[in-house]
Design a protein around this ligand. Structure first.
Ligand SMILES: [Zn+2]
Ligand SMILES: [Zn+2]
Length: 233
């Protein structure tokens, strides 16, 4: 079995989104089990980063406060290293971290396409994967969460927000699961493909919503082959 550490940067995550993250984590493991793929996510607790690392950058969407990519990779790599030392002999050399803000480095703002796809880095044989959930959130979902976080919001407005979320959150969860499967696929050597498959990267949210939840046959075969060869190492 190949284990992948799973964590998220908790600083800006609301309670409701946190619940969805755990559902996505559980559902992804259920899918791997169903597909008889020897991959499992292992929850490693959430990461809370010091606000001192926050930077403000100008983006096409206006000013955004976030943690720089290199800081995130360092933190995740350190977290994975600690876990490997604790569980000597456990087959785990990958970690997947979810962030609520767009991924960016100090001097570069990734476009829509890149944000969707997350980020991968390798450190001494350890694989760090980062995925931003931000591109998977619809505007109405963000607005509804804001209303519910506001103690002064009107009761009718809150009821409306709850209704919007009951429609938006399940869609958000599916997008997130597909994004996690996409990054995990990359971490086992899969490249982008053009079939109806999670490895076919989307240009729009609608396209991602209509995408098949799973790997196409060629991707799956390659994934199985790469999993087998990594066992022999
Ligand atoms: Zn990709
Ligand atoms: Zn494919």
């Amino acid at each position: 079995m190949e284990y992948i550490g799973f964590t998220y940067v908790s600083n800006f995550v609301s309670k409701r989104v946190e619940e969805i993250l755990f559902e996505a984590y559980n559902d992804t493991n259920k899918l791997f089990e169903e597909w008889k793929l020897p991959i499992r996510l292992v929850y490693l607790d959430k990461l809370t980063l010091e606000p001192g690392y926050l930077i403000t950058i100008e983006t096409p969407e206006g000013k955004v406060r976030l943690f720089p990519l290199d800081v995130l990779v360092d933190f995740l790599d350190y977290r994975l290293k600690v876990e490997i030392e604790k569980n000597d002999g456990m087959n785990m050399n990958k970690i997947l971290g979810i962030t609520s803000f767009p991924l960016t480095s100090r001097d570069k703002y990734f476009g829509f396409y890149e944000k969707f796809l997350g980020f991968q880095a390798e450190r001494l044989g350890r694989q760090v994967m980062l995925l931003s959930m931000r591109p998977f959130e619809s505007d109405s979902m963000r607005m509804a969460l804001k209303i519910l976080d506001n103690p002064l919001a009107d009761e009718d407005l809150k009821r409306l927000a709850v209704r919007v979320l009951s429609r938006e959150l399940p869609a958000f969860k599916m997008r997130l699961i597909k994004g996690m499967l996409h990054e995990i696929g990359h971490s086992f050597g899969l490249e982008h493909c053009s079939n109806d498959c999670v490895m076919n990267s989307p240009q729009t949210l609608e396209e991602w919503d209509s995408r098949f939840l799973g790997y196409c046959d060629p991707c799956r075969q390659k994934l199985e082959k790469n999993l087998n060869s990594s066992w022999k190492d």
